[in-house]
Design a protein around this ligand. Structure first.
Ligand SMILES: Cc1cc2nc3c(=O)[nH]c(=O)nc-3n(C[C@H](O)[C@H](O)[C@H](O)COP(=O)(O)OP(=O)(O)OC[C@H]3O[C@@H](n4cnc5c(N)ncnc54)[C@H](O)[C@@H]3O)c2cc1C
Length: 486
């Protein structure tokens, strides 16, 4: 390793923290990996930049006493998903094991708002027909054609009227754009349809505790989590990995499992020595990473009487489709949650004046519910995942630039020492919390059985020798360099 710098003191060198596996990030994937490794007797340290666990799972108690899930909310598809064909969603199994109460929601239970006077079930049929049409069209075509292109083609072939088109495009935005956090013209049709998983069974939420109850449950079985440790540099060889934090701490380990969000990798917040190989850098560059934010509006009591789970505000412009969640129905709270998604929707609107945004949303509700008077909310809360330096966005999606192999490349280890987990490395459940969980299980399998990592008491000389000689080498190098510079 060529990491020794002029001026580093001997006490810094001897103050090196070691563990068998160093995990970067205490989100769902980092916690699950640490918990499983601990079960097998493997010593880990988790280094976490924030002062809390959970990462993009973050339940916040509001001033008016309601619990808001600012990040992940749903367990999608409790029976499991295709193509990975799980018998049930692993998050669901974990929730049962932890005995955390949940409530089912229904994606088809929608109040469709102004200006729609058609039949919503007709729209579901067009949507399904569009997916089959696009699947057939993309079988032999290039992967770099967007979902939006095939939507336009479908609408032309189907000869939909203007009003029907508004309904169709609105529903596409409602189901795809708000799930992927990306515009339809940014999503690659062929790879999206081949890779993205379809979920089966109810969708559940943590209506009493917030999603964080699940990451808290995992964290209980993790020994060593170190907070406020912002990783800035990772140096690796085929023998070991060294990690440095912004506040100058140094950690060494036989293996590092990196679980930071794709947004952090894209922002190049971590320096790698040697540089990551080009195929990894290209994958980081090409895989999509979306915008998805929430605005919570709280009233003293619900002024609306809709018993639907979701409200969809149609628009002739798919970028203006509105997506609301009726928390009064699913959480017994006088709260409505507005979603902002996709490039066109997001950056400018959130940067606008907060009061203007809230007033715009109030007007937009008034249009959807003309028979009610919509009072100003008593509390509001807006998420800012996009500006968060430990996330820089919401979650990954299949971009139009991405190749079929890119997600596989993102998940592949470097030199069998530096491993990658986290939602974006999940090939078919990318974006989802269960994708993060599965990615951790994949990498723990790799460590335990691929690399035959053994519990600390069984360590053979060849494994335990990794740290000491290198540290000695550092010290010799240091003495030599100090002498040279002196
Ligand atoms: C608004 C929103 C809504 C969502 N809704 C859903 C949903 O309903 N259902 C669903 O299944 N999924 C949903 N998701 C996605 C889900 O939250 C994620 O897939 C999952 O939580 C990702 O877990 P992870 O371990 O991969 O990453 P993270 O949870 O992001 O964990 C990575 C950790 O790395 C840390 N970190 C970052 N940089 C550094 C650094 N330099 N040094 C040290 N540590 C660092 C971070 O602080 C973080 O704790 C949503 C996400 C968002 C943002």
């Amino acid at each position: 390793m060529d990491t020794l710098e002029k001026g580093r003191s001997i006490s810094e060198i001897s103050n090196i923290n070691t563990s068998q596996v160093l995990i970067i990030g205490a989100g769902l994937s980092g916690l699950e990996a640490a918990r499983l490794l601990r079960e097998k007797g493997i010593k880990t340290i988790i280094l976490e930049a924030r002062n809390r666990t959970g990462g993009r799972i973050w339940s916040v108690r509001s001033k008016t006493g309601h619990m808001f899930d600012t990040g992940a909310t749903w367990i999608h598809g409790i029976y499991g998903s295709i193509p990975n064909g799980l018998l049930s969603n692993p998050l669901w199994d974990l929730t049962q094991e932890a005995k955390i109460p949940t409530r089912g929601t229904d994606i088809y239970d929608i109040h469709v708002g102004y200006p729609f006077d058609g039949n919503i079930s007709e729209t579901y049929n067009w949507y399904n027909e569009y997916l089959s049409f696009t699947k057939e069209e993309t079988r032999m075509s290039s992967p770099n054609i967007s979902l939006a292109y095939y939507a336009d083609l479908y609408v032309k072939q189907k000869n939909l009227t203007d009003k029907q088109q508004h309904a169709f495009y609105s529903y596409l935005a409602f189901t795809i754009k708000f799930n992927e956090g990306a515009e339809l013209n940014a999503i690659g049709a062929k790879n999206f349809l081949s890779l993205s998983s379809s979920h089966y069974g109810d969708e559940h939420i943590f209506h009493k505790t917030g999603f964080m109850a699940l990451t808290d449950y995992l964290a209980r079985d993790v020994d060593d989590i170190r907070f406020n440790q912002i990783i800035t540099k990772i140096t690796y060889t085929d023998k070991m990995v060294e990690v440095r934090t912004r506040n100058g701490e140094i950690y060494q380990s036989s293996f590092v499992l990196l679980t930071v969000p794709l947004g952090v990798l894209k922002a190049k917040e971590i320096e790698f020595t040697p540089q990551l190989p080009q195929w990894k850098l290209d994958a980081i560059d090409r895989i999509g990473y979306g915008f998805f934010e929430k605005v919570f509006l709280v009233w003293e009591q619900a002024w609306w009487n809709s018993t639907n789970f979701y409200f969809m505000g149609m628009s002739s412009n798919p970028n203006n489709v509105r997506y609301w969640v009726n928390a009064n129905k699913w959480n017994d709270k006088p709260v409505l949650i507005y979603f902002l998604a996709g490039q066109a929707d997001f950056p400018t609107r959130l940067k606008e004046n907060h009061d203007e945004l809230i007033e715009e949303l109030r007007r937009n509700l008034q249009e959807m519910f003309p028979d009610f008077v919509v009072p100003p909310p008593v509390e509001t809360f807006v998420t800012h995942w996009n500006e968060d330096p430990f996330s820089y966005g919401s979650y990954s999606y299949i971009s139009v630039n991405q190749t079929y192999e890119d997600s596989l490349f993102l998940s592949e280890p470097i030199q069998d020492r530096l491993l990658f987990a986290g939602e974006a490395t999940s090939i078919d459940s990318y974006g989802y919390a269960h994708g993060a969980l599965l990615s951790a299980r994949r990498e723990v399998t790799r460590l335990l059985y691929g690399y035959e990592l053994l519990p600390i008491k069984n360590i053979t000389t060849s494994q335990s020798i990794l740290i000491t000689p290198l540290t000695i080498l550092f010290i010799i190098q240091f003495i030599f360099l100090s002498f040279f510079y002196y």
